[in-house]
Design a binder for this molecule. Structure first.
Ligand code: AMP
Ligand code: ZN
Ligand code: FE
Ligand code: FE
Length: 287
């Protein structure tokens, strides 16, 4: 990207899902790195934007990363600038919460058959008092490390929790189409997350034929040459182009906060929509 003087990282995770840093810590880190804007995009929850006061000294854009399924494949869909009180988005987050509770329970049962004892109470430790946290496989992996069953999160995924490993459970799935419909109703811009990682890669084209507004063409640690393909598709389809690091803190340090970003012109479009969708909020100006 040419102009690096203005940068907004539109993809990172807080303790509201599987991130290591709290919402406040993420904002502080973003400021200290000289970022001009940020969106926290927790898995299947908008708590990072609803359980705290809106920062008045830094542009924090409402975001979310929904887990979806398209033709049997896992696809992550980002949503930005939505109405924070949208009943549709609140309801979808609730559905994910119940879907995950059931699925986590089933994963724990499978682990038990392997002699690995992790309880729901062990997972509750990851919940915070002031908000509901999205609990998923990363937290189960953390509990397994803590209890000494595996040496690392990646070992837990490789041996037990990964999509093709022995204790994997798909659980109920929510389709990409249904998710896009909810995002539309909530006034959000929808953006396909990390197309670099979508398999099979031809799937991205098919998904873009749905009602998708943008593509995360700049992602994490990928080299500039690897972005070119997605930029070309975005131009052809007249899509919004966003960028973000997918920073989680902790082990995934390859995705450093600010390693990919969204330029000002795009952020302005999203920021304007955020204000329009939430007229009673007083949002700070963009620097
Ligand atoms: P879930 O949403 O519960 O299915 O968990 C998926 C999340 O697990 C992903 O978003 C990643 O953050 C994390 N994850 C997937 N594979 C691995 C891995 N091999 N090591 C560590 N974390 C992983
Ligand atoms: Zn994650
Ligand atoms: Fe993702
Ligand atoms: Fe992510």
């Amino acid at each position: 990207m040419d102009d690096i003087s203005w940068r907004a990282d539109l993809h990172c995770h807080s303790t509201c899902s599987d991130g290591v840093l709290s919402v406040q810590e993420l904002i502080t880190l973003a400021k200290s790195k000289g970022l001009n804007g940020l969106s926290i995009t927790d898995h299947d929850t908008i708590q990072a934007h609803t359980a705290y006061a809106i920062p008045q000294d830094f542009p924090l854009l409402a975001g979310i990363e929904f887990s979806t399924t398209f033709e049997g494949h896992s696809v992550h869909m980002l949503g930005y600038a939505y109405n924070l009180q949208s009943p549709e988005i609140i309801d979808l987050c609730q559905r994910h919460h119940f879907r995950r509770e059931e699925r986590n329970q089933k994963i724990l049962e499978k682990l038990k058959t392997k002699g690995i004892i992790v309880s729901l109470d062990d997972l509750k430790e990851f919940s915070s008092e002031n908000h509901e946290r999205t609990i998923g496989r990363p937290h189960i992996a953390m509990a397994m490390v803590k209890k000494g069953y595996v040496a690392s999160l990646s070992e837990a995924f490789k041996l037990y929790l990964g999509d093709h490993s022995s204790c994997f459970v798909k659980g109920d799935l929510i389709t990409t189409e249904e998710t896009l419909d909810v995002l539309k109703k909530a006034g959000a811009y929808s953006v396909i997350a990390h197309p670099h990682l979508v398999t099979p890669s031809g799937l991205v084209d098919k998904i873009l034929q749905l009602n998708v507004d943008g593509i995360e063409a700049y992602y994490g640690y990928f080299a500039v040459e690897q972005h070119a393909r997605w930029l070309k598709i975005a131009r052809k389809r007249n899509l919004l182009v966003t960028g973000g690091s997918d920073f989680h803190g902790g082990e995934k340090t390859a995705n450093v906060l600010g390693s990919s970003w969204t330029p000002r012109e795009t952020f302005e479009i999203l920021w304007k929509r955020y204000q329009e969708n939430n007229p009673s909020l007083s949002l700070p100006p963009i620097s």
